[in-house]
Design a protein around this ligand. Sequence first.
Ligand code: ZN
Length: 461
Amino acid sequence: MLKLYNSLSRAIETFKPIKKSEVGFYSCGPTVYDNVHVGNLRTLILADVLHRVLKFDGLKINFVMNITDVGHLTSDGDSGQDKMEKNAKTVEDVMAVAKKYTDAFLADIKAINILTPDQLPKASDHIKEQIEMIQSLIDKGFAYESTDAVYFDISKAKDYTKLIGQNLEDMKLGARQEVVKDPNKHNDHDFVLWFKTVGRYEHHIQRWQSPWGEGFPGWHIECSAMSRKYLGDHFDLHVGGVDLKFPHHTNEIAQSEGFSGKQFVNYWIHGEHLLIDQGKMAKSEGNFMTLQTVIDKGINPLAYRYLTLTSHYRSKLNFTWDSLTAAQNALNNLYQEISSYPNEGKTIQEFSAAFKDAVNDDLDMPKGIAIMWDMIKSDNSEQDKLATIFEFDKVLGLDLEKVWMTNKEIPVEVSNLVKDRDNARTVRDFAKSDEIRKQLEEKGYEVDDTPDGTKLKKKFR
Ligand SMILES: [Zn+2]
């Protein structure tokens, strides 16, 4: 039974899907005006681990992740330029930027083995759905039109701050959430559903016709409109970074529950920050690092995935190059260890059950990784260890089967060298056998002389 920490109840709960046939699962996706940073990827790995654990438990999932390619402003009061439109002159320019960074995003998630979402809807393809929802919110008295925008009236929402569990007055707001006093708003915290292309947004490039004149949607409404379209008014799981709890997820709840009159999401799962040398990682801080930075240092992107699995998703993870190098070494040791294992074994029940318990216990991946190493070090047969670790890798996502398969194919020149070395050893020509050992090492192989004969291992360094 899967247990998860639900931000809404601030407690660990047993996960009970709404429908047995399919779990509805939504994750906030990237804003495609730049590359995502490794902190964003940590949250996406959390979503992926949850996705994989649900599958591991035999559930069917409909996993939806949005692509924000419309007007992502730092806040409703942001008078700066829309990040999507930086350096752009036409709609085509904006869409070219969106395409470039959507492709880069998809390449990134593939490189760290995030299972492809079932749906990847783009905000720009769902303007109609957003307008319909805004109109309905106006009709129901949750929203109002002003001279420059359509606003959501937070005083109409039932328990607006239930996700953060504190009053607005008691909250410490970050720069991004600063309240701008605006005479057009009924309440200071009312947020924009639709920006009119007047005043400060007169020159906004992306714009659509609406009942309130030309304009473009606010950031929050896209997630409410797209999750509704693909998952319905009420669904199971919503994942995101802890920094999205307020205002983004808080506003999604207010809009969706105002619209439908029903509970929006049953379980809200939030991943903690990645710190870079103890500092908060954010684009606005100018210290953001992408997956390409990791690749450029000659590090396997999966070493980053491994690193994130060694800390619990609800703890801050401090990234250093030393910790990433240690993760890369651990992953290489694992690859090397399993590369010589024979196949056709059976899963080891004791370890398989312990692993399943750990990952179902609020996604305790550090414990899962520890169980994996205990299993590797145990005195079970190598073929049974291989079968067991392939089972674990359905959740770990470290390409173990692929790496093992690739290393089964030993080049002819390597196997000939092994034979020559065996012959040399038979005639006790140790100088020659040592010479061949060196040649094998240069080719990336290590030989072990065991009572059962020579064992060859590929070296991962
Ligand atoms: Zn969202």
